[in-house]
Structures are given as structure tokens and as C-alpha cells.
Write a protein that binds this ligand. Structure first.
Ligand code: MLT
Length: 411
């Protein structure tokens, strides 16, 4: 008999984006004219081509793989030094932050990293997540057995939900009860909110006091426009002793299809054994990474390193400007349509209040059927997302301009 992991049976019907894809497929099949006009602003997937610097670097890397003198087989599981050094220098040291290259682990994506990290944490941790939240944090905790069943609102027993709403600027209050692992994502997916230095200082102080660990997802840091907003949790004093940071090349470098990301685990970061004695997290993740992962592809890592060259940096700036220009247009159009709007200023997501009395899935259907635009219903990110919908600014300018026209025309 082959027994299954029954935790999977606790998962709600579908991961949010496949569920959206299913509804869009039904729409397309039953409405060929609407299908032709369809514009997708649901999943945050980039539309602009890979930066030229990346393409050239990847071409060169392919050629290196074509001759015996430079051919490479298995690489270092943690990532090639050329990429780890570039990240440490440009993302951290250049900003006065102390992150060493060997504290950086290259991977094939932040979705995998934020899920896989749970491998090295024991059972019995009290896990806090924001609500609304990127659904991967929740589902991976369900899969590994850190929760009970979901209630009728879709909230899982055993998780601590930190409510984010317009009143708290979509940055949660520090919980009254002690928690052990806390997922924070800023700039935030889905709300587009950012956390101030003072708010992050409060979280770091809480984590240090409670010997908790912050799982800080900074996948959207490149979209921050306001220099006062921290781009890394390590800008906060003490964070090296209480935080893991997740970063991704998906959105800044257009790598959603190429796949490359990294985690920072400071060597000073400690977890606890059952008897309460400290244990460094870094060697555990290193062991996990080298056992279950054989490293991101050499060609891809060469492409990622090219993002840190002068040409690469200016091409990334152009991509960010493009998507943030889209976000500004979407914010403006929603305001003109009389909707309440959040985000879209330091993040590529625009978070919009549904008209009174309309649920977020009703809004999804209305946008799909009447405007032929795919958005993401807020309820898909948690019960506190009800009453909102998310528009992704990852699109072509022409599509965004058309979406703006349709939003303003919507009754
Ligand atoms: C989103 O739309 O929330 C993101 O594209 C999902 C992801 O990055 O995995």
C-alpha cells in the first residue's frame, strides 16, 4: 500500500492562478469574440523581452558550453561565485549592507525558495502570515503539515492571520501572541503596499525579542521609487540575527520564464533545537540545497550576472520605468472611475476596492465578461482580500492604455 501525504487533501480546490486560468478558458471557449479582445492583468507575469545584456551573456554562455575547454557540467549547488559576488557587491555592499557572497544561495525561483525553506524548520512552529497574502506561503505550510483544516472562510487552523487593511496601510500590527516564523512581503504582493523603516524596525525588534525568524520576501524591491523605503530587511539593525531574505530576478530582469532567484541566510542567524539551544540556520539550508538541488543552470546564472553590468542596470531601469509607468496609468484610471485605489506607486500591483456590494469574484466575472480584462480577485489572497481586486501592471503600454479606457467605460 502506498500512503499519501494527506495534508494535500486539506488544500482548497485550486491554487489561485490555475483557478483563474480555468475560468478564463471557459470564457474563451464560450465567447470567441470576447476572447479576441481579452487582456490579461491577472498573474504578475512580465511581457517585455529579456534585456539585451542578458541575451548576449546567455549566448556567450551557450557557446562556452559548446567547446571542451569551457564546457561545464554540474556547477556549485549554492551558485557560481561570479553571480554571488555580483549580488553581494551591487545589491548589498554598494548600499552599505553587510551580506557576504557565501550567505547567498542561488536558486531557480522565489516561489520554490519560499516553499522549500520550510524543510529546515521543525514541526510545532507558530506561523504568522498576512491576510491578504501570496498564496504560496499558506499552501506550502498546509502541504508540510503545519496547519489543521480550513474553516468556511478558507482560514487554516493553526496559522496566525495578521489582518492587513486600508486602516493599517496593509502593514499588519505586531501580534499580541508570540509567533515563531513570520512571512512579510514588501513591496507587497498583492496590495502594492510598502513598509516604512519604523514598521520594519518594530518587526525586527519583535523577532529578536521572541527569538522568531522573519521570512522577508523582497521580490519586488526594484520597484521602490521612494528612497526612504527600505529595499532590504538588512537595512534594519539586528535583522542579520532574525531574518532570511528572498529575492528574485523574475520581475526586475524579466526572468519569469528564465528562472533565477536567491535567498540570503546570514551566518549569524540562529534557530533553536527542541531543548532551546541555538543552531545556525545557514548550514542547514546549505545541506538541504546541496542534497535536493543541483544548482541553477550556468547559462541562466551568466544571464543573471549580466543584470549587474552597466548596460544591464540601465536596461533593468528601463523595464522598471515601463512597468511603473503602466502602474501610474492604472491608478489614475481607477481613480477617474471613482474606485478606491492603493499600491501602484512603489510596486507593480494596483489594489482596487470593489464597488459597494460587489464581491471580488463578482468583480472578476464582471471585468472578464464586460471589459474582457482578467484581474485577480482579492478573496483569492485570503478573506481580508474580499472587497478588493488586483490589477497587475506587467503588460505592454498599449494593453494598459486599453485597459484604462475599458475601466473608465465600465458601468
Ligand atoms: C503573482 O501574480 O502574484 C505572481 O506572479 C506570482 C509569482 O510570482 O509566483
Amino acid at each position: 500500500m502506498a500512503y499519501i501525504n494527506e495534508n494535500y487533501l486539506k488544500l482548497k480546490a485550486g491554487y489561485l492562478f490555475p483557478e483563474i486560468a480555468r475560468r478564463v478558458k471557459v470564457f474563451n471557449e464560450s465567447n470567441p469574440e470576447g476572447a479576441k479582445r481579452l487582456i490579461r492583468c491577472g498573474i504578475g507575469d512580465v511581457t517585455e523581452p529579456l534585456p539585451e545584456a542578458v541575451r548576449y551573456a546567455m549566448h556567450d554562455a551557450v557557446d562556452e558550453q559548446g567547446v571542451p575547454e569551457t564546457f561545464k557540467g554540474y556547477g556549485p549547488e549554492q551558485g557560481y561565485d561570479f553571480l554571488r559576488n555580483a549580488i553581494a557587491d551591487h545589491d548589498f555592499k554598494a548600499r552599505g549592507l553587510n551580506v557576504e557572497p557565501d550567505e547567498i544561495f542561488i536558486s531557480d525561483g522565489s516561489k520554490c525558495d519560499t516553499g522549500n525553506i520550510l524543510d529546515i524548520f521543525g514541526a510545532g512552529n507558530k506561523i504568522a502570515i498576512t491576510d491578504p497574502v501570496y498564496p504560496v506561503y499558506v499552501d506550502t505550510n498546509v502541504m508540510i503539515g503545519n496547519t489543521g483544516d480550513a474553516n468556511e472562510n478558507g482560514a487554516y487552523e493553526g496559522l496566525v492571520y495578521l489582518k492587513c487593511n486600508a486602516e493599517n496601510g496593509f502593514v499588519p500590527e505586531i501580534p499580541a501572541e508570540p509567533v515563531d516564523l513570520i512571512y512579510l512581503c514588501y513591496p507587497n504582493n498583492p496590495t502594492g503596499a510598502t513598509a516604512t523603516r519604523a514598521q520594519l524596525e518594530a518587526w525586527v525588534a519583535y523577532a529578536l525579542k521572541n527569538k522568531a525568524i522573519l521570512l522577508y520576501d523582497a521580490a519586488y524591491e526594484a520597484f521602490i521609487q521612494d528612497p526612504a523605503i527600505p529595499r532590504s530587511i538588512y537595512e534594519i539593525e539586528g535583522a542579520r540575527d532574525c531574518a532570511i531574505e528572498f529575492r528574485s530576478f523574475s520581475k526586475n530582469g524579466g526572468f519569469t520564464g528564465v528562472r533565477c532567484a536567491f535567498i540570503v541566510i546570514p551566518k549569524t542567524l540562529m534557530g533553536r533545537k527542541k531543548d532551546g539551544t541555538p543552531q545556525a540556520i545557514h548550514p542547514l539550508w546549505s545541506r538541504r540545497h546541496s542534497t535536493k538541488f543541483n544548482g541553477a543552470s550556468y547559462i541562466v546564472q551568466r544571464g543573471a550576472a549580466a543584470l549587474y553590468t552597466d548596460e544591464g542596470k540601465s536596461q533593468v531601469r528601463a523595464l522598471i520605468e515601463h512597468y511603473m509607468g503602466n502602474a501610474a496609468l492604472l491608478v489614475q484610471a481607477c481613480k477617474e472611475a471613482g474606485l478606491s485605489v492603493f499600491g501602484g506607486i512603489n510596486a507593480p500591483y494596483v489594489w482596487v476596492g470593489c464597488p459597494t456590494g460587489v464581491t471580488s469574484w463578482q468583480m472578476f466575472d464582471k471585468m472578464l465578461n464586460e471589459a474582457n480584462v482578467v484581474i485577480t480577485p482579492g478573496a483569492g489572497f485570503g478573506s481580508a482580500g474580499e472587497g478588493y481586486f488586483r490589477i497587475s501592471a506587467f503588460n505592454t503600454r498599449a494593453n494598459v492604455e486599453e485597459v484604462c479606457r475599458r475601466i473608465k467605460a465600465l458601468q
